[in-house]
Design a protein around this ligand. Structure first.
Ligand code: DC
Length: 227
């Protein structure tokens, strides 16, 4: 029996972190956790309750009424819940995307989400994707991957995803939103997106899913063996 490890996958928005994380979790029989979905669920709550997300105190106060969790759907894929109700689809819209970086930079929000993430990973066997997973949530993760891709490729991917969902958005809107989020995610005071020397860098601008998976699985095997 192989020892279980934690795998941290960090990087900018729409780099395909979730796709890789899900594929690795499935192949390894690990739990997949989309940490961005947790920040999105908090944002959705604030928007539904009419809380001004630029008011940190108001957000911190309202946060007391927020319970974020995960449940498995019929296909055994984990879905995020907000106060016990699945919100997987609602959190992917452009309204949530346009405000989530503001919410995710608030200290109280991060403290609450990180504590939950660490509890989920305490028994190992977790693949978690986000921005600060290898730096803050699991600094001891046995494998840390930093994913990146060109801005054009990322905007095109997210555009195709939202179009397929039937959302009425333009490529320009998406590109602007990505740039805006990149800037906030990388420059915020609390746990900014950054990389340390122990990360493996995966640029998938020119890699298809299979090639990306094969590369990452090689790293996983090495990490499990402790090399
Ligand atoms: O990965 P995503 O696009 O669903 O993430 C949504 C937002 O949440 C993103 O703008 C940054 C933030 N986020 C974060 O601050 N820390 C994480 N670990 C994951 C996401």
């Amino acid at each position: 029996m192989h020892r279980k490890i934690n795998i941290a996958i960090d990087g900018y928005s729409s780099c395909g972190k979730g796709t890789l994380a899900k594929a690795l979790a499935k192949a390894l029989g690990y739990v997949f956790i989309d940490s961005g979905a947790m920040y999105r669920a908090v944002t959705l709550y604030m928007q539904r309750e009419g809380v001004n997300v630029d008011d940190e105190d108001a957000v911190s106060l309202a946060l007391e009424h927020v319970v974020v969790g995960f449940q498995n759907n019929a296909e055994q894929q984990s879905e995020v819940t907000l106060n016990g109700v699945c919100v997987e689809s609602e959190i992917r819209n452009i309204e949530v995307a346009s405000k989530v970086s503001e919410v995710a930079k608030i200290g109280a929000v991060r403290t609450k989400m990180v504590a939950l993430q660490q509890a989920i990973g305490s028994n190992k066997g977790v693949v978690m994707d986000g921005r600060d997973i290898g730096t803050v949530v699991f600094p001891d993760a046995e494998l840390k991957i930093f994913m990146t891709a060109s801005q054009e490729v990322r905007a095109q991917r997210r555009f195709a995803e939202l179009l397929a969902k039937g959302d009425d958005v333009t490529l320009e809107e998406i590109a602007k939103n990505l740039q805006h989020r990149d800037a906030i995610d990388a420059s915020r005071e609390n746990s900014p997106l950054t990389m340390t020397a122990d990360y493996r860098v995966l640029d998938n601008s020119d890699l298809d899913r299979d090639a990306q998976f094969a590369l990452a699985m090689g790293w996983v095997e090495a990490a499990i063996q402790g090399v």
